[in-house]
Design a protein around this ligand. Sequence first.
Ligand SMILES: Cc1cc2nc3c(=O)[nH]c(=O)nc-3n(C[C@H](O)[C@H](O)[C@H](O)COP(=O)(O)OP(=O)(O)OC[C@H]3O[C@@H](n4cnc5c(N)ncnc54)[C@H](O)[C@@H]3O)c2cc1C
Length: 434
Amino acid sequence: MASHRPRVVVVGAGFGGMNAARALAKVPVDVLIVDQHNFHTFQPLLYQVATAGLAAGDIAHQVRGIFRRQRNVRFLMGRVVAVDWDVHEVALADGTRLAFDYLIVAAGAVYHDFGTPGVFDHGFVLKSLHEAVTLRSHMLRQFEQAAKDPEHLEHGGLTFVIVGAGPTGVEMAGALVELFDRVLPSDYPELDVGRAKVVLLEMMDTVLAPYGARSRAYAERVLRRRGVDLRLGTAVQEVHADHVVLAGGERLETRTLIWAAGIRGHPLAEVLGAPVGRGARVELERDLSLRDRPEAFVVGDMAGAVGEEATVFPQVAQVAIQQGKHAAVTIARRLRGEAGTTFRYADRGQMAIIGRSAGVAELSRRLGGFRFTGFLGWVSWLFIHLVYLPGHQNRVNAFTNWTVNFLTFERHARLILDTERPLEDRASRGTIEG
Ligand SMILES: Cc1cc2nc3c(=O)[nH]c(=O)nc-3n(C[C@H](O)[C@H](O)[C@H](O)COP(=O)(O)OP(=O)(O)OC[C@H]3O[C@@H](n4cnc5c(N)ncnc54)[C@H](O)[C@@H]3O)c2cc1C
């Protein structure tokens, strides 16, 4: 018999969507989660897949598996392309239409090239598992090529350029120098791996801009000490297949540009018919619902300014988690005929690592305001990421791999797979066409 309970459609099984669906466990609704992938991706560890520390399967978990025990949740794999408000239906790229009473949109963000020519044609980004595996394969292929043809090294084949020294760029740079220093020399005895270079470009005059001065100075020191060619106050003007041009006109030969310079709201934001503000993020009522649509919510990286105060929250996992839960609680309140409440973010702090035994962790004031750098910062980061990584098996695998890596420098996932360039993944380029 068909259910007569209200149906909540959740778009996206990332941090926001997954936590919204979980928080609806005891609410008398039927939940349908729709995602273009059949798995949740733990994005903070994508760079470890790209640098061969973890396998792709270690940082992803099938959505059906996650909700196996939650009886009011169903999953459907598909790419959402539109919302028809007249009939309250979500449209998928393959033509399927899904009716909803309540809607939670949590499709995340896409990379933003800020108009820099060539970024999406020649560069790599890290947003999906496919992109992480493609980048890893591409980088390892450069070493295979250099082992065959010494000229490849002379023409920037082993120069790896990262743009953007936020947490992703810094973590990627730290992991790459370690891979080149400690792991690949024994794989490629015929090659002078010591000539492989990591260049980290940052337009601002600091790394990890949102962090405190002590953490920033520490991260900068460690990066330089470990051999990263860190260039602050340096912007990229053009990206080509075999070189990049910097703002001052300097030309850097490279076959690998990793773009970690900035994101914007997922293009689904533009089809919701709601006001879209800075960073292509949707402007919301104080309870995270859309203006004039109390039955629809946007959470996570897509969510923009909230309420009359226009409060903007950072595009991080904790915000997405807490907003997903808040949307679920608000739906429960609506069902009881109560008004929604203002979303308030409980900041817990921020952390990043710069490779082995080096990290920065800054707890928020409500958690004591403690700040750690060095080994303690690194261990805190590992611990928190293990706690939040979905799936027991994934946690065991990650813990085992990190322990083995710590003791032996082994990075077991040094596989070159025949993946296509990720540029087909249109989500990263900012379109929602199927
Ligand atoms: C490389 C990297 C490192 C990061 N490191 C950190 C970190 O260390 N700490 C931290 O707090 N945050 C980090 N973040 C940010 C954090 O991952 C995001 O803030 C968080 O994932 C946002 O959650 P979300 O639910 O809004 O979107 P996501 O988690 O991005 O989930 C969006 C989901 O929507 C799906 N989707 C997209 N489009 C469609 C569509 N059209 N139809 C159906 N499904 C769709 C996607 O497949 C995905 O599953 C990192 C992000 C990246 C990319």
